[in-house]
Write a new protein. Sequence first.
Length: 407
Amino acid sequence: MSGKRSNGEGSIYPYKNGFAAYAWVTTPEGKRKRKYVYGKTRDEVHDKWIKLHAEAKKGPVATSTPTLAQYLARWLKEVVEPDLKPKTAETYAMHVRLYVVPGLGSKRLDKLAVRDVRNWVNALLEQCQCCAQGLDAKRDTPRCCAVGQCCERIPSRRTVQDARAVLRSALTNAMTEELISKNVAGLVKVRSARKRKRHPWSVEEARQFLEAARAAYDPLYAAYVLILVLGFRRGEVLGLTWGNVNLDAGEVTVELQLQRIRRQLIHDETKTEASTAVLPLPQICATALQLRRKEQEAAKQAAGELWSDSDFVFTTRYGTPIEPRNFNRSFADRSGKAGVRRIRLHDTRHTCGSLLAALDVHPRTAMQILRHSKIAVTMEVYTHVPSEATRRALRKLGKHLGKQDRK
């Protein structure tokens, strides 16, 4: 076929080893610009040119394709931040910053291939992130790759799975916006990581921990009780307000959480609707909260003008919210002083059901606390009953405040 233009195709012309064409379009920014298409034959370019005109009639058309890094920056700002919970949005941004952009960010969005994603995943599973993220350069004393002794800080398989999931979510949105035709991240699989077996505290260890915290007049004793007995998460216990505690009715409402997000403490609703619930207070919880209220009143008087008024149940000695990381440190420190195994704070949730059984909490009440849909599931937990001595010790912690506590 000759290079002569056909009638009515004034914008198709020979270009390098093939042909090119353009059409005037309105960009998403509202400007009028030329949009070009290319191909090896006139017919190929003609088909692309017709499609381009059709797209231009429907609405705005981008005249340039962004790199993956450019697209992800816009996706995080315009889609993720407005639509998702702040903590989730922060997690997405972290995966993009640490893993996706360093490995794939320079690729053009529409040119990203399955092989690119597969190679990226394989590299993540083998690459020391201490070296990849340039952490050595920020240290006063070089170590790891900077001195030829790699620390092998390789991401876990779960982390790689999460990073690929974030990329897949971003590309799904790009397909919705018709920027790409297929989601290449969805075509690359990452073998599931073997679930790590957890070793939560036994009822005896939980009792030992609580007794030690109570004996030491630990200001966070009530927080530990709520975490162990009611299964509160860290953010939920730190975000609890007195407005959500009804000691007369023996209930506590879980609907808020406190989290440190992008250098700010955020007091917001819980992550999901399922997390929001009104829970009955077993006696040990009610007693601990009564004690906490008296301790807070004493702290307020001691602080005087330095006291910061808030409705938080758990505060510093000056009434300010407790930093989530500081709470973790306090829990670890108290575990050491109590002489019990150090476990992750989150793993305390796995002791909750056994403690409820040891405290003689009625199965129907426990079912509500554990948020089980069937009583049979709750009864399975109730088959593991500790010794009578442990049961007596826990019941003692749940008794009403004595004279010593009222001072």
